[in-house]
Design a binder for this molecule. Structure first.
Ligand code: PEP
Ligand code: MG
Length: 561
């Protein structure tokens, strides 16, 4: 194939870096298999007899993969355990009975009998409840086998690959191994979706909102450029692996200041101990956003106080001695937390989410105390790990909400308490709200989606969710002016802080702490350290005055050269 024949598929850049590899397609989740029509009586034995071989086939395939040389031991242990489940007689026999007694089609019978197991495990709670997800995974694989369609979810990769999916659940992305998942491409999704954020935290190049990727065949060799946001087919024989040609600085040369001495904290967004180790590895000065909800996403019951404390301590330990800003549980909308049993809402992004789940005024009575237990565990975990703890609440809109949160955090023994600025009302209420807190941190991802009324997960609306939007920068400007008066430090922990040129704009607006995935920090630190404050302020002025994203980028490029 010559370069002129090569198809370039444009998308949205979501995680910087580039890699070449063969496409592995991620099958879409299966829906519920149809409940009918009923199998005629004289065919029920034959239909029931399909179930055990399907379970064995799934089990054999998983055993095979579990034995792949070089697979991490934890991964192969999980695969062996799950493979055994696929042949569990009690699961398969219950399904066979449904076929024989009621004429339920085999795929549906497996689905229904597994549902009973899942419900029983969830009711048992604790460790048993955590196995419910594994049963659901086995169920979907056996159902897929019976239907003759590919198994759902991210396949186990037996070599370096480029994953191509319609979209990926955060849980799927979190388990990816950068050694084999060289790059990610999603047909849907925006740059601030949690899948994109996780890809950045793992340092996996990613392109999202790439409609052309829907037509890529399994095995096609492609180059994914997550910095530019494009996928290109490359000739067979092109070397597979990370493309390090454009690699920039690899660590933060701190403490970081502008050339004339304005101190800017360069801190990391993390969710677990692995992220923390990466943050320590690049020389992050601490953590500007510890997202705690990601560890709650798969919990069927509230983790115990001891488990939470131990979990926080383990996450914080790699950064002992550095300050860590922990965000309390941000549940709801795109981050469902099963054990909170939140009632379905028509507009969950505009519903009881974030701090609203726990605030005395809006919370269901049995939920408010979940926050107090989390705060106590955070204080304990930070003491165990030897870090300086700050906490902040997500999705705050008013000064009263901020005051109630600050009171509860102080009662738990937290000294430095802040809130996130993610709702436009919080900016409009800044003079009163800032007076209640020790610091604020701007979540530009949510702030942008709420300013534009454009879901951050939406592919078609991805252009609205661009962190360079002047409308968002104008709000930040207004916030920083109010913060100058109250003397409140303003940080940014949304994805805007991960873009080196935009980071300079933020510094020019008055932001003094930039928090982003570890992989983004070295380039951000180097850019900030290369300018003086007056240049950053000029960049901020032209960006705020621009009519749209493209002119904001161009005007800042002119200023920064
Ligand atoms: C944000 O909204 O910008 C933010 C940092 O929080 P999250 O992405 O976790 O919603
Ligand atoms: Mg947010």
């Amino acid at each position: 194939m010559t370069s002129t024949e090569t198809a370039t598929l444009p998308g949205t850049p979501a995680s910087a870096g580039a890699a070449v590899g063969p496409v592995v397609r991620v099958p879409e989740p299966l829906g519920e298999p149809p409940a009918g029509p009923a199998v005629p009586e004289d065919r029920r034995e034959v239909e029931a007899a399909r179930i055990a071989p399907a379970g064995s086939a799934v089990s054999a395939r998983m055993m095979d993969t579990a034995g792949t040389p070089g697979l991490a031991k934890e991964v192969s242990d999980v695969l062996y355990a799950t493979a055994m489940m696929a042949e569990d007689p009690s699961l398969l026999e219950a399904a066979q009975e449904l076929v024989r007694d009621h004429g339920t089609p085999a795929p549906r019978a497996v689905y229904e009998s597994a549902a009973r197991f899942v419900a029983a495990l969830q009711a048992a709670g604790g460790y048993m409840a955590e196995r419910a997800g594994d049963v659901a995974d086995v169920r979907d694989r056996v159902v897929a086998e019976l239907l003759g369609v590919p198994a759902p979810g991210v396949p186990v990769l037996d070599g370096p690959s480029v994953l191509v999916a319609k979209d990926l659940a955060p849980a799927d992305t979190a388990t990816l191994d950068p050694a084999t998942a060289l790059a990610l491409v999603t047909v849907e999704g925006g740059p601030t979706s949690h899948t994109a954020i996780l890809a950045r935290s793992l340092g996996i190049p990613a392109v999202v909102g790439c409609p052309g990727a829907a037509g890529l065949d399994e095995g096609t060799l492609v180059r994914v450029d997550g910095t530019v946001g494009e996928v290109v087919e490359v000739p067979a024989g092109t070397a597979v692996g990370a493309d390090l040609a454009a690699a920039g600085p690899t660590s933060v040369a701190g403490p970081v200041t502008t050339t004339d001495g304005r101190r800017i904290a360069i801190v990391a967004n993390i969710a677990d101990a692995k992220d923390a180790a990466r943050a320590a590895g690049v020389g992050a000065e601490g953590v500007g956003l510890l997202r705690t909800e990601l560890t709650f996403l798969s919990a069927a019951t509230e983790p115990t106080a001891q488990d939470q404390r131990a979990g926080y301590a383990a996450t914080m330990a790699p950064l002992a001695g550095r300050p860590i800003t922990l965000r309390t549980l941000d549940a709801g909308a795109d981050k469902p937390v099963p054990f909170l049993n939140m009632a379905p809402e028509v507009n969950p992004a505009l519903g009881v989410r974030g701090q609203r789940v726990f605030d005395e005024v809006s919370a269901a009575p049995d939920r408010a105390s979940v926050l107090d237990r989390q705060l106590a565990a955070a204080v304990g975990g930070a003491a165990d790990a030897g870090v300086e703890l700050k906490v902040m609440a997500p999705m705050i809109s008013t000064a009263d909400e901020a005051r109630r949160f600050v009171a509860r955090a102080r009662a738990a023994g937290v000294d430095q308490v802040g809130v996130m600025i993610e709702v436009p009302a919080a900016v409009l209420n800044a003079p009163e709200l800032l007076a209640e807190v020790d610091f604020v941190s701007v979540g530009t991802n949510d702030l942008t989606q709420y300013v534009f009324a454009a879901d951050r997960q939406s592919g078609p609306l991805a252009a609205f969710n661009d962190p360079w939007q002047p409308a968002v920068l104008r709000l930040l400007d207004q916030l920083c002016r109010a913060a100058e008066i109250t003397g409140t430090p303003v940080g940014v922990c949304g994805e805007a802080a991960a873009d080196p040129a935009l980071a300079v704009v933020l510094v020019g607006l008055g932001v003094t702490s930039l928090s982003a995935a570890a992989s983004a920090l070295p380039a951000v630190a180097a850019r900030v350290a290369s300018v003086d404050l007056a240049t950053a302020q000029r960049a901020a002025r032209v960006a705020v005055a621009a009519r749209d994203v493209a002119s904001a980028r161009a005007a800042v490029r002119d200023v920064l050269g």
